[in-house]
Ligand binder design. Structure first.
Ligand code: HAM
Length: 403
């Protein structure tokens, strides 16, 4: 038997209900914050991710679904959504138009990771990206929006924030970090030793216990920010505090993608096991320019839908829709006509086989519909239909035309 690939899942009943509830709730909130829907291709030029997410990142270095297509192009399935949206933003010349543009999206992302609970090879993200807004108030507003989304879904979280500085303060910090790392190099794991030259900042969030201990005394970015970055980061912290939003300052939060500048944040759940990051994002003021567009500040986030699926509390579902059945086959024509008319108003399920009333009621109840309507022998003779409201438990017999 052919099975789905490792780390890839079918989303079927009953999880499909939670999945769509998450997407609908997040979309509704994002729209209220002024975001409009964007859909970009799943397949992009590999170069796009190499240049944005970064060649030294694990995502690009180890986890891409990359291949040469029939036309000889080096392409890959998107490992994340931001790069494609930046490409679309530039390609559609929105960078030249100026102003603020806000997009939300959801869909599958692909990373060839080692699958485990909460970590898949095909997973789904919901995300938002704002272009053209330099103000740190936007960073705050995005964090507030994610909070609104998780609150609406009934999910508990901790917020971690950090600042990764800008081209003015980052190089100086990087130098002092590299110098510190070189001193402790021998005690670091192989990955970290390699990262000293390729991507020293990433060393900071190494999970290996030995590295963690050695890194305790390493210089941190927030102590080395330039005045502008420091002021903005201070303002973000103050805004969160004044709005009663609890957060943790995590100077070692560096994110796994290379495009970030200034604000970086993560929402972490205490309820989902090892893979606890349920959303992440930050500012990426340099990326539009880096990919060939006009310099445009940008900030965004994405949340992992599968990671929160088990935590979501679905609201009590109201009975809805109509179930139609017959007790004799001759009545089927009539039922099909009714079904077609009723479908302009509500969801209609039709049972084609003639069954007893009891069997129809049982099936209708299982489907969670509000009404069960059946044509029996008497009803067929009198052009009537028998209807039961499964919520109020009321029964009636009405003329088919009237129904
Ligand atoms: P990310 O932190 O790589 O950021 O992914 C965002 C979220 O996607 C994570 O917090 C996690 O919930 C989920 N996720 C990541 N990998 C997996 C996986 N293998 N299986 C299941 N869930 C996963 C980004 O992707 C950035 N594009 C976010 C962003 C948008 N930054 C700015 N704008």
């Amino acid at each position: 038997m052919i099975q789905a690939l490792r780390g890839m899942k079918d989303i079927m009943s009953p999880q499909n209900e939670t999945f769509t509830y998450i997407v609908e709730t997040a979309s509704k909130i994002a729209k209220r914050y002024g975001y409009e829907y964007i859909e970009t291709p799943l397949l992009e030029e590999t170069q796009l991710f190499k240049r944005s997410v970064g060649e030294s990142s694990d995502i690009v270095g180890k986890e891409m679904y990359q291949f040469i297509d029939k036309g000889g192009h080096d392409v890959c399935l998107r490992p994340e959504g931001t790069a494609g949206i930046v490409r679309a933003f530039i390609q559609n010349k929105l960078d030249k138009r100026g102003g603020v543009h806000r997009f939300y999206y959801h869909g599958p992302m692909f990373r060839y990771e080692r699958p485990q609970k909460g970590r898949l090879r095909e997973f789904h993200q919901f995300g938002c990206e704002t272009f053209g807004e330099e103000s740190v108030y936007e960073d705050f507003t995005i964090i507030l929006m994610i909070k609104d989304i998780f609150d609406a879904l009934g999910i508990k979280y901790t917020i971690k924030i950090n600042s990764l500085g800008c081209p003015e303060c980052m190089p100086g910090y990087r130098e002092s970090l590299v110098s510190h790392l070189s001193d402790i190099e021998d005690g670091l794991c192989e990955d970290c030793q390699r990262r000293i030259t390729t991507n020293p900042i990433r060393v900071l969030d190494c999970k290996v216990a030995g590295c963690k201990t050695l890194l305790e005394s390493s210089p941190v970015i927030v102590d080395n920010l330039c005045e502008k970055c420091d002021t903005d980061f201070g303002r973000l912290s103050a805004l969160l505090t004044s709005h009663g939003i609890e957060y943790e300052l995590d100077p070692k939060l560096v994110r796994g993608l290379d495009y970030y500048t200034k604000t970086a944040f993560e929402f972490v759940s205490t309820e989902v096991g090892a893979q606890s990051a349920i959303a992440g994002g930050g500012r990426y003021d340099r990326l539009v320019e880096f990919l060939g567009g006009k310099p445009t500040p940008a900030v965004g986030f994405a949340l992992g839908i599968e990671r929160i699926m088990e935590l979501v509390k679905l609201p009590q579902r109201e009975r809805e829709g109509l179930y139609l059945g017959v007790m004799q086959e001759q009545a089927l024509e009539k039922i099909l006509k009714i079904a077609h008319k009723k479908r302009s108003l509500e969801t209609v399920h039709v049972e084609y086989s003639a069954r007893s009333l009891k069997a129809h009621l049982k099936a209708a109840d299982r489907m969670g519909v509000r009404f069960c309507a059946v044509i029996g022998e008497d009803e067929l003779k009198n052009s009537q239909i028998w209807v039961k409201d499964l919520q109020n438990k009321e029964e009636m017999r009405v003329g088919i035309e009237e129904f």
